[in-house]
Every structure is written in structure tokens, then in C-alpha cells.
Design a binder for this molecule. Structure first.
Ligand code: 0X9
Ligand code: ZN
Ligand code: ZN
Length: 305
């Protein structure tokens, strides 16, 4: 059964998505943005107090990469904290009164299932390609942002395979379609990965700085500082290309170039001791500190609507 301080498998997450939505009808609504390659539903939760009119929104996804289990855990934690502190935490209350937060708890569902059943270190989707015995593409190399030009591979067997074409992966297409359709209301795009303790922003597909570089950097540095205030966890912030590595086809760069100014990639704990195999004992502290940074960015976005 579901436990916020443990890693939950897809069936448990799916049951939890249904039950937390029905338990919080005034704060959560659920839609499906499409199905995965293997036919699983991609549940999207909208967290916010309904106001009768369309509200500005933040979009956040977890689990683009299958093996980054702390990411999936964070989206569940975020939803729990949001609904359980609405009405008592002034920041969350004000945020959810004025804005909606769209949360995609598991982006790469098929890959996540495979990381539980077959290969704990699986990263990609599970799409099949004729002419290759290798499976899947890297969803974070499959967006339309300098697609397959840098830090991505043309080889279907690579872990950073960019896919046969832009948005060839149905999961990427579903997310991109949703964001395109809601482009006018989406003010921030947050994507949760692990590991390395980084807060990244555009660009990664090129070395040139984003037009909003100084604002993106100062928000990232302030968010990293509040994150570290809880347990002393050290984060580095900066543009992806120079802070982690150049890599094209990422969701953050794509969202930014679409016009979503506050586009951030979180790389959660740790710095490599456990890496993707972060122990369950670190779920709570990791999620609590990350909440502070996400709430900081959300409050900043809200203040600057
Ligand atoms: O390489 C990635 O996709 C991300 N790192 S991870 O270890 N989680 O795979 C970093 C993504 C940074 N942003 C872009 N490359 N656009
Ligand atoms: Zn990742
Ligand atoms: Zn808490």
C-alpha cells in the first residue's frame, strides 16, 4: 500500500492518484493527457482552489527518467503537502487560491514499470523500433529544442538516444501537446530529476545565455539557498550546458523557447554516493528540502504574474 516515505510501484501510485483525488474534490482534479506506448494512462493532477475562471498555472513533472525514483517520490510528496497544508500554510493557501499547479506524477510510466520489474537502472521509454533490437528513447532528448544536435545519440541502443524524430515518443508528444494547448496560462515549468543536487535552467542545447539569464539565475540561487537552509544540502545553479553538460532535446529548453519563462530542472540528492539508488530513509528529508525550493519559485512566479 502507498507510503510517502517509501518508493511506490506504478500500481500503487495509480491507486493513490485515484484515491487522493476523490478524497480532495475541492482541491484536486484529475485528467489523462494520453496513454503511454504500452497503453498505460498518463494521469495529470490539477491542484488548486477552483475559482470559476481560468487561473495562471505551474506545470511540474516527475519521472521523465525511469530510474530516478526520488523524483517520482517528490511529486507524490508535493501533492500531499499541498493538500494537507492548504488553509494553514499561508504560502500554499495563497498559491492555490491564485494559481493551479499541474502535476504529472509519472511521465515515463512504461520505463518506471520496467525499472521495477526488469532493470533498476533503466532510463528511457519502452518504445520499439523496426530494424533495431534496442528498446526506447531518452524522453529528455526527444523534445523540439535543437533536437539531436548535441549531447544526444542517433543510436537506438544508447541511453541518450534522441528517438526517430522530434516527439517520436508518445509520452513526450502527450506532454508537449498539453503544454502547447495551455501555453497562455502556464507561467512556469518544473521538471524533477536526480541526481547531482543542481538547479538548472536554459540553455542546455546551446552555450548562449537565455534572454532571462540573470533573473533565472538569481531565482535559482535564492531557491538553492532556502533548500539548503533545512539540512545544509548544497546545490549548484546555472544554465544546463555549462553546469551539467550540453544536451539537446530537453523539456526545459523546449518549454522556455515556447514562452514559459521560469523553466527549471531539479537534480535532487545525492551527489553520487548512492546515486539513483537513494535509500528510502532519505525520501523525507529530500522531499522536505525540495518543497522549500519549489515553494520559493512558485511564490516568486506568483508575485510576478
Ligand atoms: O541529462 C538529462 O536529461 C538531465 N540529467 S539526468 O542525469 N537526470 O539525466 C539534465 C537535463 C538538463 N536539461 C537539458 N539537457 N535540457
Ligand atoms: Zn533525469
Ligand atoms: Zn512536511
Amino acid at each position: 500500500s502507498h507510503d510517502y516515505t517509501k518508493y511506490n510501484n506504478w500500481n500503487t501510485i495509480q491507486d493513490w492518484v485515484i484515491s487522493i483525488t476523490s478524497a480532495n474534490p475541492t482541491l484536486i482534479s484529475r485528467t489523462t493527457i494520453g496513454n503511454t506506448y504500452e497503453g498505460r494512462p498518463m494521469h495529470l493532477l490539477k491542484i488548486g482552489k477552483s475559482s470559476g475562471s481560468t487561473k495562471p498555472a505551474i506545470f511540474m513533472d516527475c519521472g521523465i527518467h525511469a530510474r530516478e525514483w526520488i523524483s517520482h517520490a517528490f511529486c507524490q510528496w508535493f501533492i500531499k503537502e499541498a493538500v494537507s497544508t492548504y488553509g494553514s500554510d499561508p504560502k500554499i493557501t495563497s498559491l492555490l487560491d491564485q494559481m493551479d499547479v499541474f502535476v504529472l506524477p509519472v511521465f515515463n510510466v512504461d520505463g518506471y514499470v520496467y525499472s521495477w520489474t526488469n532493470n533498476r537502472m533503466w532510463r528511457k521509454t519502452r518504445s520499439k523500433k523496426s530494424g533495431s533490437s534496442c528498446v526506447g528513447a531518452d524522453p529528455n532528448r526527444n523534445f523540439d529544442a535543437g533536437w539531436c544536435t548535441l549531447g544526444a545519440s542517433n543510436s537506438p541502443c544508447s541511453d541518450t538516444y534522441c528517438g526517430a524524430s522530434v516527439e517520436s515518443e508518445i509520452e513526450v508528444k502527450n506532454v508537449a501537446n498539453f503544454i502547447r494547448q495551455n501555453r497562455s496560462i502556464i507561467k512556469a515549468y518544473l521538471t524533477i530529476h536526480s541526481y547531482s543536487q543542481l538547479l538548472l535552467f536554459p540553455y542546455s542545447y546551446k552555450y548562449g545565455l537565455a534572454a532571462d539569464h540573470s533573473e533565472l539565475l538569481s531565482v535559482a540561487e535564492a531557491a538553492s539557498q532556502v533548500l539548503g537552509s533545512l539540512y545544509g544540502t548544497k546545490y549548484t545553479s546555472g544554465p544546463g550546458a555549462t553546469t551539467i553538460y550540453p544536451a539537446s532535446g530537453g523539456s526545459d529548453d523546449w518549454a522556455y523557447d515556447l514562452g514559459v519563462k521560469y523553466a527549471y530542472t531539479f537534480e535532487l540528492r545525492d551527489t553520487g554516493y548512492y546515486g539513483f539508488l537513494l535509500p528510502e530513509s532519505q525520501i523525507k528529508p529530500t522531499c522536505e528540502e525540495t518543497m522549500l525550493a519549489v515553494k520559493y519559485i512558485a511564490a516568486y512566479v506568483q508575485k510576478n504574474l
